[in-house]
Design a protein around this ligand. Structure first.
Ligand code: FES
Length: 106
């Protein structure tokens, strides 16, 4: 099991913001949507683009490259041109800090 990765303090990730961290080589984007935290791999399954920096509407983030939309709650791909989900990761808050990790290989 990989260790939890500290993202930032809770106060540094306010509603409407996101943070990018890495668990090893895996980029993880953590979003605060209306006070709820969600973590997905910062990789678009269409052509590997970064999702961070894309427009966020509701629970959807739009890939800045070709407009694919992903649900940050599940990683699901919601429109063409991508059809595969991006990975979703757990988030926890402990002692005022936000943590996530790549749990795919547990
Ligand atoms: S790389 Fe994201 S839509 Fe093409």
């Amino acid at each position: 099991m990989s260790n939890w990765i500290r993202v930032c303090s809770q106060a540094e990730l306010l509603p409407g913001e996101y943070k990018l961290v890495h668990d090893g080589d895996v980029p993880i984007a953590v979003f605060n949507i209306d006070g709820e935290l969600y973590a997905i791999e910062d990789v678009c399954t269409h052509d590997g683009g970064e999702l961070t920096g894309g427009e966020v509407r509701g629970h959807e983030v739009e890939c800045p490259r070709h407009g694919e939309r992903f649900d940050v709650r599940t990683g699901a791909a919601l429109s063409a041109p991508a059809y595969e989900p991006t990975a979703k990761f757990p988030v926890k808050i402990e002692n005022g800090s936000v943590f996530t990790r790549d749990d795919r290989w547990d």
